[in-house]
Design a protein around this ligand. Structure first.
Ligand code: ATP
Length: 513
């Protein structure tokens, strides 16, 4: 549907166009008119389908520019998501000079207090820091007209429920309330509805909870095998940007170090890092300066990075909803993606539980062999060389090139270049990841929605109603490069340049006689 049919102002339609949105997504088409009318809405749609703009646009339309009070509040579960949401609302509201600000934990509160003196009309924040500001009376919520709980199910989990309740109580009861998320377990929805007036539940019907733009695979591997298998997959698949999700902070650190030791351009984020480093790392990733982001679930909700082609679940998530959000970091806004979940033999029940929820059968994948990984590296190196040749100003290097050609065989020179761009597996730095205790044996029966609180328990979503999108049970192998999943051609070398690092084992350059 066209944005112009939704009742938005001219300025907002221009903003939408400037952002490159051509058509409204289904969640936008259905919820924007309702929110503009002032209705309470629960908006549920697949990951990456534009839920942020679905609430941002009507918020921007309904705030009064002449009123200096905070009129709209968006609560986000993580700092990263809060920052990203503020940025998006700011972008969409730029023409209209809407004042949008963000407050989140781990950042200098005095600076936030100073900025709050600019009288933002839209405030985005994480629950803890919002409460802190409320207690200091640096944020007042008594003029709130619109309240959004983004990733509502996560926020209403026990961890945040008390905070959320206190925040909501500080807002006027006649406010408009919106809940948005890709997943909304009924028991969590029941909690949310208590804060709402006769809400309409807009659920964008999709056959599957995850978008079919994501190819979903799993690999059976013992815990100690995962790291080597994963790096081989990087070599074969040549992802553009990848996110690797792990269960613990220690694993984030160890995997990041291991990847760096093997020459990959990776960095990790988790809750123990300062907010400054978390933001810096995420920014580098967003700008393509990092190839692999290793993270705990801190990055699982809402993070929107366009070129993420691969999500690796290094550890299978215990909670099926978490799987939906993790793999939803790829396959966003119409792009293709691949997700790959490692599963140890005793975790197969967890896999089946995820499949029950998503109604998608993951395809089993055989780990690539060392030889396949090396071939993958070679074909990526070949493409890198082709690109290099194209962009090289030959004249600039012609003299030295001729000199080298006098000294060496051409084939040896090119082989040396390829050697530098690849890394023979047999020569790989050994990496040991500390074993983690496996997930407890699954009890089965669909009741493993492991919410952090008393709201868990089975509700049978999925149940017998398995409608798998794909039924091929044969093992598949990654075949060559992953160009199909990339929107832009040119292979980027996944590894840091190791130029000048000398010769490698088993490789010598023959000198011309
Ligand atoms: N109508 C549209 N047309 C094209 N792109 C859009 C449109 N609306 C939003 N987008 C873009 O799609 C991407 C995903 O949007 P957004 O982050 O709001 O997804 P989401 O539904 O909130 O996902 P998640 O459940 O993972 O939080 C963003 O980069 C956004 O700019």
């Amino acid at each position: 549907m066209k944005f112009s049919e939704l009742g938005l102002t001219k300025a907002l339609l221009e903003a939408v166009e400037r952002n490159g949105y051509e058509e409204a997504t289904p969640i936008q088409a259905e919820t924007i008119p309702m929110v503009l009318e002032g209705k309470d809405v629960i908006g549920q749609a697949q990951t990456g389908t534009g839920k942020t703009a679905a609430f941002a646009l009507p918020i921007l339309q309904n705030i009064d520019r002449d009123d200096p009070n905070v009129q709209a509040l968006v609560i986000s579960p993580t700092r990263e998501l809060a920052i990203q949401t503020q940025e998006q609302i700011f972008q969409l509201g730029r023409e209209e000079h809407a004042k949008v600000q963000v407050v989140y934990g781990g950042a200098d509160i005095r600076r936030q207090i100073n900025s709050l003196k600019n009288h933002p009309q839209v405030l985005v924040g994480t629950p803890g820091r919002l409460l802190d500001h409320m207690n200091r009376r640096t944020v007042k919520l008594d003029h709130i007209k619109m309240l959004v709980l983004d990733e509502a199910d996560e926020m209403l989990n026990m961890g945040f429920l008390d905070d959320i309740e206190s925040i909501i109580k500080a807002t006027p009861t006649e406010r408009q309330t919106m809940l948005f998320s890709a997943t909304m377990p009924p028991e969590i929805k029941r909690v949310g509805v208590q804060f709402m007036h006769d809400p309409t539940h807009v659920k964008i019907k999709a056959k599957e909870l995850t978008t079919d733009l994501i190819e979903q695979y799993y690999v059976r591997a013992k815990d100690y095998e995962k790291f080597d298998v994963m790096t081989r997959m990087f070599d074969v698949q040549a992802p553009d940007l990848s996110i690797v999700f792990t269960r613990t902070k220690r694993r984030v650190d160890e995997i990041t170090r291991g990847l760096e030791a093997r020459g990959y351009n990776a960095a990790g984020i988790h809750g123990d890092l300062t907010q400054k480093s978390r933001s810096q790392i995420l920014n580098r990733f967003k700008h393509g300066k990092l190839d692999i982001l290793v993270a705990t679930d801190v990055a699982a909700r809402g993070i929107d990075v366009e070129d993420v082609t691969h999500v690796f679940n290094y550890d299978i998530p215990q909670d099926p909803d978490s799987y939906v959000h993790r793999v939803g970091r790829t396959g966003r806004a119409g792009h293709h993606g691949v997700s790959l979940t490692f599963v140890t033999p005793n975790e197969m029940d967890y896999l089946r539980e995820i499949e029950k929820l998503t109604k998608v059968r993951m395809l089993p994948l055989k780990p690539p062999s060392e030889a396949e990984a090396f071939n993958g590296q070679l074909s990526n190196a070949e493409e890198t060389v082709k690109n290099l040749v194209e962009k090289t100003d030959t004249e600039k290097y012609a003299d030295v090139a001729s000199k080298l050609l006098d000294q060496y065989e051409a084939v040896d020179l090119v082989a040396a270049l390829l050697n530098d761009l690849t890394k023979d597996n047999s020569n790989q730095v050994p990496v040991k990841i500390t074993p983690e205790r496996p997930l407890p044996r699954h009890k089965g029966g669909g009741g493993n929605r492991n919410y952090r609180g008393g709201h868990g328990g089975g509700h049978g979503r999925g149940g017998n109603n398995r409608r798998y999108g794909k039924s091929n049970d044969n093992h598949r192998r990654f075949g060559g490069s992953n160009k199909d999943h990339r929107d832009h051609g040119g292979s980027r070398d996944r590894r840091k340049s190791s130029a000048g690092s000398g010769t490698k084992h088993g490789f010598t350059i023959r000198k011309k006689d």
